[in-house]
Design a protein around this ligand. Structure first.
Ligand code: 13P
Ligand code: SF4
Length: 374
């Protein structure tokens, strides 16, 4: 297998489009694309596994061997014998899959433009400088860094080096407890809402400080280090959009409806909801609903649409109606890109391979293993 060398480095491909779709792939009709993807997958057989995140569009999800949340997808990749894992998700997810798969398996991301903006809100360089400030101002504070899965490998590696770990949307509060067994203060990155919701779950909401990396002088480092939890000022634009007003409106219009939201939502939205959890929890909640129930979904719009299609006997409505957003990063995985990546593989060429540098990979794996122990 020939590996196509790309002139990349990890911090560059977070933002840059490094591969353009060849013109011949830009205007494929849906039927032609579907036929060509199916043919390529038949030819590749067990050598190739396609993974799709719950937020991917229908035309991607229908070709996936497995559809799930970010953590489940990495585990599927790790348990697979396929030579090539085509990861239909965003860059940090493909990196995590590369970290936990064997070195001889390749992880390919159909479009290099699929980068989660929230992961980009905590650049390792910024975190290094915040860390230096905090630890210099409060050398005895015992700060333990905890990063959400939605972060790049260099930040996961940083957390491992500084005695911290990774968490997902389903085990963030457990990760906090792990950290408090080893230190006094959690520095949580990059999602302030997931961090605050987790602090709340542990009754720590009155001892929380915020760290604004774009205006570090706005927070006194020594004061911040006295808090139990320091929240990095990152957020997801898709989830920040939901408000308590949306839940109130929905309950007025549809008193029979229940509400399920992702923990990347603001605290007041989480408090107003009936169920809170990862994209898999959201899926399971609707899958387990009784026929005739109505569920309003507070997360990315594609998942709400899938649930509506998959569960005809349950009424599924987006929590904020037409204002519900799709994730621009996930949307970059255009099915035309998938066709191209697969046909290139059939011709013996690996495109858009995600490879985490060896030292980062080793450390980031430690941070992920610590999470698996909790
Ligand atoms: P999950 O891990 O719950 O799939 O969430 C990933 C994500 O990006 C949510 O915005
Ligand atoms: Fe990132 Fe938000 Fe998209 Fe999830 S929904 S991948 S957190 S931008």
């Amino acid at each position: 297998m020939e590996t196509v060398e790309l002139d990349t480095d990890l911090s560059l491909f977070k933002y840059d489009s490094l591969e353009q779709l060849p013109p011949a792939y830009r205007d494929l009709s849906e039927s032609e694309r579907r036929r060509r993807i199916t043919d390529a997958l038949d030819t590749l057989g067990d050598d190739c596994m396609v993974l799709g995140h719950n937020y991917q569009r229908r035309e991607i999800v229908e070709h996936a061997d497995f559809v799930g949340d970010s953590y489940e997808l990495s585990k599927r990749a790790a348990n697979s014998d396929a030579d090539h894992v085509v990861f239909c998700g965003v860059t940090f997810m493909a990196e995590s899959a590369d970290i936990i798969t064997d070195g001889d398996q390749s992880v390919l991301l159909p479009s290099m433009e699929a980068s989660c903006p929230m992961a980009g809100m905590a650049e390792a360089l910024q975190v290094d400088s915040a860390w230096a400030e905090l630890t210099a101002a409060a050398p005895e504070a015992g700060i333990v860094p905890v990063t959400y899965m939605n972060s790049y490998a260099d930040l996961k590696a940083f957390c491992a080096e500084q005695g911290g770990l990774v968490c997902t949307s389903s085990n963030a509060a457990d990760a906090f407890e792990w950290a408090f067994e080893r230190g006094d203060t959690v520095l949580f990155l990059p999602d302030k809402y997931l961090g605050y919701n987790s602090a709340h779950e542990l009754g720590l909401e009155d001892s929380v400080a915020e760290w604004d990396p774009w205006d570090a002088e706005s927070t006194d480092a020594a004061t911040a280090a006295e808090a139990d939890v320091i929240l990095w000022d990152g957020y997801c634009q898709v989830h920040e959009r939901f408000t308590a007003e949306h839940v109130r409106d929905l309950r007025e219009r549809r008193p029979d409806a229940s509400v399920v939201v992702h923990p990347e939502c603001r605290r007041e939205v989480v408090e107003a909801a009936d169920v809170v959890g990862s994209t898999s929890t959201i899926r399971d909640t609707v899958a387990e609903a009784d026929p005739g129930e109505t569920w309003a979904i507070g997360t990315e719009i594609h998942l709400a649409r899938h649930l509506d299609r998959w569960h005809e006997d349950v009424e599924v409505v987006p929590l904020c109606g037409d204002a519900c957003m799709d994730c621009n990063a996930m949307r970059q995985i255009d099915p035309n890109y998938l066709t191209w990546i697969l046909e290139e593989l059939v011709d013996g060429r690996e495109r858009n391979r995600i490879e985490v540098a060896p030292r980062e990979r080793e450390l980031a794996e430690v941070a992920l293993e610590r999470m698996l122990e909790i």
